[in-house]
Design a protein around this ligand. Structure first.
Ligand SMILES: Cc1cc2nc3c(=O)[nH]c(=O)nc-3n(C[C@H](O)[C@H](O)[C@H](O)COP(=O)(O)OP(=O)(O)OC[C@H]3O[C@@H](n4cnc5c(N)ncnc54)[C@H](O)[C@@H]3O)c2cc1C
Length: 308
């Protein structure tokens, strides 16, 4: 609307998630590669490609035994004084020993899943937006990422384009279960229909499925989270929840990162200097700009209530 000269009344700008931000030349992964190098350079060890199987807490010694399994099937055991987890809460609680009573509440937490059909192509037409939300009822795609606008280094040359067509879905539903070839055909047809790229301009494509992309704020999540946090604080004091699914909180990357940094500060200090559940409290987002309830648990945002 703005590009058509539409001026919103009241002086407010167009509602958008964010107007400007810094972005690594070849994506946010670069930041974590640099962080990993720093950790290793200062003597730290990073053990990748392992998933935790069991987290056993000894309340008398206040220590953890962490059992992991690697991608190659190798089992390992680590001893630790603290465990910081960014894994989805239901997976974490299912691995805890002794079994938490609030596992029932963890299993009640819900997620929205997501898949991206990446269309790679050649076109003379470029557009400046990083992302566009699609409201056209003729198509299923919900948002299109324009990776070239994120950074020109995300594509090989000036006529290359790479668009990510994002479909919001649930694991196991019709869209999720579609074959990759069918999803690519759907994406090509939809991108033509909305006029951002012609099907014949597409030279390559791939599909990325992301489970648990969004923690769902349903009418029971706050109470479930309250029960989980209460039990973890009293029975597993050396367990720290951080991040997005780790806290079942709609954190963006900066806030997810901040919860990790403040948790590290708390551990180093040996006491709670920062309440990490307050991170995100003052965040202002476009999607949060509607009226609604702000509940009292930490920084929970809008809590929908079921319509009778
Ligand atoms: C579609 C989409 C678009 C987004 N766009 C933006 C954006 O533009 N800007 C922004 O700031 N944020 C964005 N976000 C949010 C951002 O991705 C998250 O906030 C951020 O990745 C959360 O970081 P995290 O460390 O909490 O979790 P993650 O990045 O999900 O990391 C959790 C880690 O835990 C690991 N793990 C899980 N279970 C186990 C286990 N059993 N054992 C071992 N490891 C395990 C996972 O493999 C993963 O590496 C977006 C998210 C989505 C889904």
């Amino acid at each position: 609307m703005r590009s058509l000269g539409f001026k919103p009344r009241g002086g407010a700008g167009a509602k958008t998630l964010i107007e400007s931000f810094r972005y690594r030349r070849r994506g946010p992964g670069m930041m974590w590669e640099a962080a990993a190098d720093k950790i290793k350079a200062s003597g730290g060890r990073i053990a990748m490609d392992r998933r935790f199987e069991k987290l056993i807490f000894d309340p008398d010694r206040r220590t953890w035994t962490v059992e992991t399994i690697g991608g190659d099937g190798t089992s390992e055991t680590f001893q630790a004084r603290h465990v910081v987890s960014s894994a989805p809460i239901p997976e974490l609680l299912a691995a805890l020993s002794p079994t938490p009573l609030s596992l029932f509440h963890a299993r009640a937490l819900k997620y929205r899943d997501f898949l991206t059909v990446v269309l790679i192509g050649r076109t003379q037409r470029q557009w400046p937006d990083n992302w566009i939300y699609i409201h056209d009822p003729r198509v299923k795609v919900g948002r299109v990422q324009n990776f070239r606008s994120w950074s020109p280094e995300m594509v090989p040359d000036a006529t290359s384009t790479c668009l990510g067509l994002e479909y919001f879905c649930s694991e196991g539903d019709d869209l999720w279960g579609m074959a990759d070839g069918d999803l690519i055909a759907l994406a090509k047809q939809e991108i033509s229909a909305i006029g951002l790229l012609r099907g014949e301009e597409v030279t390559d494509a791939c599909v990325v499925r992301q489970k648990k992309a969004y923690p769902v704020y349903d009418e029971t999540y706050l109470e479930n989270l309250r029960m989980i946090r209460f039990e973890l604080a009293s029975r597993f004091p050396a367990l720290h929840l951080v991040g997005r699914n780790g806290m079942h909180k709609y954190n963006n990357q900066d806030h997810a990162m901040m919860t990790g940094m403040l948790t590290a500060a708390n551990i180093l200090a040996g006491r709670t200097l920062y309440d990490v559940w307050q991170v995100n409290e003052d965040a202002e987002y476009g999607e949060a700009g509607v009226s609604g309830a702000r509940e009292a648990l930490g920084s929970a945002r809008l809590v929908p209530r079921r319509v009778a």
